[in-house]
Design a protein. Structure first.
Length: 221
């Protein structure tokens, strides 16, 4: 901890490491930095809540994540349970000390529900889809026939909690439409139209498409 600067937050060195646990340990430094500099450097509340949100996401994704062993790449192991416990304690402490609530995030900083500045350091994660996402995609699939064309008009009411995958489900829907076009040229007119009042969310959907090399366009009224 002492080797990291407390005058200017430096996260790139740690978060750009290839070893997952080395990347995750960096967040303890970020929490320590924020706690030490909250008053002196006038760190905004949004920065604190952004840290809490990425930590919540990390714990959810990596609690049972298996990756190549640091010692033997041919073997897969889980992330250190001790590290996961420490991250949970970190989240608990930050929430209590800075009065973090889901209501405050949704009202003041809605974009943090979908995206944080730390997400770019984890661009290729294989995240298990939510059950609701699986059900949503299956419901859409059921409306297509064997030729990949819509067998009948379909309305799916997809209602879940905030932050539980509605935005990222748009990418799966887009990929499905792309595959339908490959199956039958008659489907070339099919498009996915994503609408949201929050500009940062629309940009995030664009990022999803860009990372998956899918064509997209953004518009605002």
């Amino acid at each position: 901890m002492k080797s990291h600067s407390l005058e200017r937050m430096q996260i790139e060195f740690g978060l750009k490491r290839k070893k997952l646990e080395l990347k995750l340990i960096t967040f303890f430094y970020v929490a320590y930095y924020i706690r030490k500099n909250k008053v002196n450097q006038k760190i905004d509340e949004s920065e604190i809540f952004e840290l809490v949100n990425i930590l919540i996401k990390i714990v959810r994704i990596f609690s049972h994540y298996q990756g190549p062993s640091f010692v033997d790449n041919s073997k897969k192991i889980e992330v250190s349970p001790t590290l996961m416990i420490d991250l949970k304690y970190c989240i608990k402490g930050l929430k209590e000390y800075y009065k973090y609530t889901n209501k405050t995030v949704i009202i003041r900083y809605p974009k943090l529900v979908y995206y944080t500045m730390y997400d770019k350091f984890f661009p290729t994660l294989d995240i298990k889809p939510y059950d609701s996402q699986i059900e949503f995609i299956q419901a859409v699939k059921d409306s297509f026939n064997a030729k990949g064309s819509l067998a009948h008009p379909t309305l799916v009411f997809y209602r879940t909690m905030i932050g539980s995958g509605k935005t990222s489900a748009s990418l799966a829907l887009s990929q499905m439409i792309h595959e339908c076009k490959l199956i039958d040229n008659k489907n070339n007119t099919l498009q996915v139209l994503y609408s949201c009042l929050i500009g940062s969310v629309r940009v995030q959907v664009g990022r999803y498409c860009y990372n998956k090399q899918q064509k997209f366009a953004l518009a605002a009224m």
